[in-house]
Design a protein around this ligand. Sequence first.
Ligand code: ADP
Ligand code: MN
Length: 177
Amino acid sequence: MAKDNSKRNRPNILVTGTPGTGKTTTSSALAEATQLRHINVGELVKDKKLHDGWDDELESYLINEDLVCDELEDVMEEGGNIVDYHGCDFFPKRWFDHVVVLQTDNSVLYDRLSKRGYTGSKLSNNIECEIFQVLLEEAKESYPENIVVALKSDTIEDISRNVATLTDWVKNWLPQL
Ligand code: ADP
Ligand code: MN
């Protein structure tokens, strides 16, 4: 049965965006500043084996969305989470109070992903994902438009500013009556 968010005393934030846009860096700094819990979904999937094996073509695990949602349900109901993942359409809408989509200039992102060792189609697919704003569209289709914000993440200064903005947002958040 669908539950509302009225019992949360602290907000849940989703940090999404193309791989390399700075989700993990931003989320861990935000967690430190706010004492919210950082949930790196990619790591969770690996650690708890919430996947259906490795896909050679995609060069990544095939995430099992149902297992991930089951695993996170209790903690999300409790509130106070920063969820970090490069996808967002399979999480229940009711989980989130704020949805942040990080965006990075294509040439900056290209360098970051190359440094991470991405090549060939894995590299070009992710650059295309950013060019076509796939995650922003997915977020807008999956959540109320008034809780979705796009934030630029090109430089270290952008990270500091985004963390400060989001920390203020957390401090000003009030439980929904
Ligand atoms: P994601 O979790 O979205 O894949 P990461 O946080 O792991 O991205 O960042 C990928 C790499 O890019 C890291 O080396 C990180 O230090 C760097 N990086 C991320 N965002 C920025 C930014 N806004 N400015 C400078 N470097 C960044
Ligand atoms: Mn990450």
